[in-house]
Design a protein around this ligand. Structure first.
Ligand SMILES: [Zn+2]
Length: 68
C-alpha cells in the first residue's frame, strides 16, 4: 500500500476511496496503489487535508480486503 501523486488531465468526478464522496479531480491527484503499482482509487482533497498519517490509518481497513 503506497501513495502516488499523478498529474490529472481529465476533469472527471472521482469517488474518494476513504469517505466515498464524489469530488472533482484537481490537477494533482493522490492515488492509493499497491506495491506493484496497481491503482486502487483516488483520495479527495478533504481527506488529503487530514494528513498522510490519518489516511494511512483509514486505509488499514482496506488493505485486508485488497490483499485477499
Ligand atoms: Zn475523502
Amino acid at each position: 500500500m503506497q501513495f502516488q501523486i499523478e498529474c490529472n488531465s481529465l476533469k472527471n468526478n472521482q469517488m474518494c476511496l476513504i469517505c466515498e464522496q464524489l469530488f472533482q479531480a484537481r490537477e494533482a491527484r493522490l492515488i492509493v496503489c499497491s506495491e506493484k503499482g496497481d491503482g486502487y482509487g483516488d483520495v479527495c482533497p478533504e481527506c488529503i487535508g487530514r494528513g498522510a498519517h490519518w489516511i494511512k490509518t483509514q486505509l488499514q481497513q482496506f488493505s485486508s480486503k485488497f490483499s485477499a
